[in-house]
Write a protein that binds this ligand. Structure first.
Ligand code: ZN
Ligand code: ZN
Ligand code: ZN
Ligand code: ZN
Length: 334
């Protein structure tokens, strides 16, 4: 599997996308709580019931009726019927609601902080969406693609893009555009009335997925690289009990053994009394670096090292640079 394919699969899962046919059927049953009145989007709660609502479908501009009965969720329905697609209506309204919110936040100089769990590195990130933004436009033609919403700086350069997903996966050209330029792509999955209302009612903006990792990229494979910090601990050999220096690496808050060290890291640890051994890992069926006892020579398996994590809390680690966990490419710094 290629890394891109990986991301695509993870993305579909994160967006809750299954089959398009299935999604379209589900979408056609969504009770849409917004319509257009006097050129503006209105919520069903703010109009009179029935045809007195005096509103139209924002997409096909035909008359709608406000269904405000006792049993079902209040919504607008085309009157009589039309072949206007529910997907297009949801997409259109979501775009308008997000656009409106951005424009008003920009005008009021509000800070819109977006938080997300990163698909690339699994950390939590956040950023201030409107920093440096001068204009917000819908359906801006960027040559390579035409995103639903673009946030532009004073030179008309996009700082972030927004895509709304109803039943179809996001346009891969928009994904590529953001990935190549390293700008955030916010994706909103809108497949029900509640998701739509959340856009209209709340101040904050909560995308379903944000495709962006602010960490540096590995020059070899493109995955995020993490800061590494070495801990040197005074311990005892598990077999002979003799004194033994242990070296551990903290990478993205997890403990790693010497098979995640660079040659420089090993030399650095060796100078400080750490002994390395080659060790055959039966499970992974390969020879890897492990720690050895300077007295009896026994190997301490890398699995055991995780138990020593607590001891690292008391002492400062030594910053060693960056490492890619995917391909183990190191960028050493001292
Ligand atoms: Zn319509
Ligand atoms: Zn990340
Ligand atoms: Zn890499
Ligand atoms: Zn020993």
């Amino acid at each position: 599997m290629t890394p891109e394919k990986d991301i695509q699969t993870i993305l579909n899962e994160a967006l809750g996308l299954t089959g398009v046919i299935h999604e379209q059927r589900k979408t056609s049953q969504v009770r849409v709580p917004y319509a257009e009145k006097d050129g503006k989007l209105v919520h069903v709660s703010s109009v009179e019931r029935g045809l007195k609502c005096d509103a139209v479908c924002p997409v096909c501009k035909t008359m709608v009726v406000a269904r405000k009965g006792a049993k079902i969720r209040h919504h607008f329905a085309h009157y009589p019927g039309t072949n206007c697609s529910a997907e297009t209506v949801l997409h259109f309204i979501a775009k308008q609601l997000i656009y409106k919110k951005l424009i008003s936040a920009l005008f009021l100089k509000q800070i819109l902080r977006v938080h997300w769990k990163c698909i690339a590195c699994s950390n939590r990130h956040s950023f201030s969406l409107l920093d440096g933004v001068k204009t917000v436009t819908m359906e801006k033609n960027l040559d390579e693609c035409r995103p639903d919403i673009a946030l532009l700086d004073s030179d008309q350069k996009p700082l972030a893009l927004i895509e709304i997903v109803v039943t179809h996966r996001p346009d891969s050209r928009v994904l590529d555009y953001c990935n190549q330029r390293q700008i955030p792509l916010l994706i909103f999955r809108i497949d029900n009335a509640e998701a739509l209302e959340a856009l209209g009612l709340y101040q904050n903006l909560e995308p379903t997925v944000v495709l962006y990792c602010p960490l540096n990229r590995c020059e070899k494979c493109g995955a995020p690289v993490f800061r590494k910090r070495m801990y040197l601990l005074n311990s005892n050999c598990w077999r002979c009990g003799g004194p033994m220096k242990i070296a551990l690496m903290d990478i993205n808050s997890k403990i790693y053994g010497p098979n995640y060290f660079s040659d420089n890291d090993r030399a650095y640890a060796r100078e400080r009394g750490v002994v390395f051994r080659q060790h055959f890992n039966k499970k992974r069926r390969l020879t890897e670096a492990a720690l050895g006892c300077p007295n009896c020579g026994v190997v301490t398996s890398n699995r055991y090292l995780g138990f020593l994590k607590k001891q690292t809390w008391k002492i400062p680690g030594n910053y060693r640079g960056f490492v890619c966990l995917k391909c183990r490419h190191h960028v050493d710094e001292e």
